[in-house]
Design a protein around this ligand. Structure first.
Ligand SMILES: *Cc1c(COP(=O)(O)O)cnc(C)c1O
Length: 390
């Protein structure tokens, strides 16, 4: 480059070759695109999910590192990272569904997913049937010739209902219908839906996978590389791609995912057990308690029962609102999966737009509090929760 003038040399900066050693951490390839020596290779890369890196909307080495890592943890063939959990979910739904299609979804769904399904029905000419997350006979009865996919969540919000993935995914497969499972609450540490017959697993990596409340991201993992290729082609057109820095943060979080999940689950156990014995609490919804409707299934399916649960205050809405005002250590915040414990009151926040009938369908009571247990010392958390209960 020394033959060029400073204006040109400033643009064409030298890059050191990394040879003879390799970086310990995955580098952040903060590059929008890639330069080629061979024009034919460049053309081929544009149409091939496994081709050379060409443009950031198609993929990027740091994003690919995340896709490979999560795909490996879930036992998939390939993955597609997205700009958010909803970005991953919508990419999958829009790539696989067309007007006239019918989908079957479990009754209780993440709010954003429920809203998107309403859009698909209201504006894109699709139909939906809701079935319980653990009822393969209801699934069988709901299926029609135009049914294209079944949508499930491993652990639901805020009741922490556990889907009977082995039965539901096997039934979907037998009926020739794809199954898509949102595994955000369980993570691959607690459950790998592809091992139970699911076709696609989706995650909000915003939550446990990144784990430190500094990322908005999502990912879809596919059992079949052909299905991945199909959705990848659509994603390059949709423009839902993840970007390198958030992928790097997510990779960093992933390295401690199993350790964090162990503590999240242990803290949830500690709090749920003590809350269940407290006189101000009328019910605790955590699948590790024998009183929970998913207890037996969860004990069979999961090595631990998750870090998110909810409980009902006997004093109803007023007690729920008072609890929110009284916590000091736990943060009053949406979302979950970070190292810090969060509390929220679904009836006035995440589920505020639902009417009484819909609240009942989601099992959300007026005095319900949701806790996403962090990784703090459990006694400090209990002291805070106990003082907030009054
Ligand atoms: C948060 C969440 C989503 C949406 O993810 P974003 O990253 O917020 O877009 C989807 N499903 C579940 C279960 C979630 O908790």
């Amino acid at each position: 480059m020394t033959e060029f003038r400073p204006e040109t040399r400033a643009v064409h900066l030298p890059q050191p070759a990394v040879e003879g050693s390799r970086p310990l951490g995955m580098p952040i390839y903060q590059s929008a695109g890639f330069a080629f020596d061979d024009p034919e290779m460049m053309g081929a890369a544009m149409g091939d999910p496994d081709g050379a890196f060409v443009y950031g909307r198609y993929t990027n080495p740091t994003v690919r590192a995340l896709e490979t890592a999560v795909s490996g943890l879930e036992g998939g063939a390939a993955a597609l990272a997205a700009a958010s959990g909803m970005g991953a979910i919508n990419t999958v739904l829009l790539a696989l569904l067309k007007p006239g299609d019918h989908l079957i979804a479990q009754r209780s769904l993440y709010g954003g997913t429920a809203a998107m399904i309403n859009e698909l029905v209201g504006r894109f000419g699709m139909t939906v049937t809701h079935v319980p997350e653990n009822d393969p006979d209801a699934l069988r009865a709901a299926v029609r010739p135009e049914t294209r996919l079944v949508y499930l969540e491993t652990i639901s919000n805020p009741m922490a209902l556990v889907a009977d993935l082995p039965a539901m995914c096997a039934t979907a497969r037998e009926l020739g219908v794809l199954s898509v499972v949102d595994n955000t609450f369980a993570t691959p540490v607690l459950c790998r839906p592809l091992e139970h017959g699911a076709d696609v697993v989706v995650h909000s990596t915003t939550k446990y996978l990144s784990g430190h409340s500094d990322v908005i991201g999502g990912i879809a993992v596919f059992a079949d590389p052909e299905l991945h290729g199909k959705v990848w082609h659509f994603a390059t057109e949709l423009g839902s791609a993840a970007e390198p820095f958030t992928s790097w943060l997510t990779l960093r979080g992933l390295q401690t995912l199993p350790l964090r999940m162990e503590r999240h689950c242990a803290n949830a156990d500690f709090l749920a057990t003590r809350l269940a014995a407290h006189p101000a609490v009328s019910a605790v919804h955590w699948p590790g308690l024998p009183s929970h409707p998913s207890y037996e299934l969860a004990a069979k399916l999961l090595p631990a029962f998750g870090g998110v649960f909810s409980f009902d205050l006997a004093g109803g809405r007023a007690a729920g609102e008072a609890f929110m005002k009284s916590v000091r250590l736990a943060l009053l915040a949406p979302s979950l999966g970070g190292v810090e414990t969060r509390v929220m009151h679904p009836a006035t926040t995440s589920h505020r737009t639902l009417d009484a009938e819909e609240l009942a369908r989601h099992g959300v009571g007026e005095g319900m509090v949701r806790i996403a247990a962090g990784i703090e010392h459990p006694e400090d958390l209990w002291a805070d929760v106990a003082q907030a209960l009054g």
